[in-house]
Design a binder for this molecule. Sequence first.
Ligand code: PGA
Length: 252
Amino acid sequence: MRRKIVAGNWKMNGSKDLVQQLVGVICDHAVGLDSGVEVVIVPPAPYITLVQQQADGKLALGIQNVSQWQSGAYTGEVSADMAKDLGCWYVLVGHSERRQLFGENDEVVARKVGQVLESGLTAMLCVGETLEQREAGEAERVVAGQIKRGLAGVSADQWSRVVVAYEPVWAIGTGKTATAEDAQAMHAEIRSVLESMKAPSEEISVLYGGSVKADNAAALFSEPDIDGGLIGGASLKADEFISICRAFPAGS
Ligand code: PGA
């Protein structure tokens, strides 16, 4: 089913103290809203259990990355099965920082998607073009390629555990956001790419990410093909994050 989701990607930020400060407040003010938003926290892996304890079942949990392998002699890696064992539900795959800083290409991304789906978790595939690609008029082609290659191995019964996050690279952590109209146009395009892959495109949640804040979330979330957000910097501030979770139009 197409869900409304707001996911907070803490990246490599936080501490035990931050977990104590943020999670309870978020649970009290952002969860159980009438608008039926699923609130997800994606902390650094070592804090997953602590977040879970603080959230007491009220929030969904995600992990920022998993290994492309199932288990074995891969020092430093964390498997999708382990994330599941810890109580995670979502896994970010192919975040632009992983692609740019850790050399993850679409082949690696596809293997990770495979591990996530095999383990029974939901893959949140992140896609997006660079500024150079957008200026060259290649944004749609780049994003379509990332989706087709990243999700090439998804079987018919696994689509219900796929979420796509469109995050233009030039908007991540920069304070620049795509306009709601531009984001909507890309989200509609993403749905048509999914359709061409025989995926149930109307059932798949497509989130927007890239400098989402309390003051731009409402415009983005009013667009028909934007089902929520993947939030970086603003997810570390309780008031910002709570406002974003509340930014869906009434009755949507
Ligand atoms: P940002 O990050 O909200 O800080 O731009 C978004 C993301 O990287 O998921």
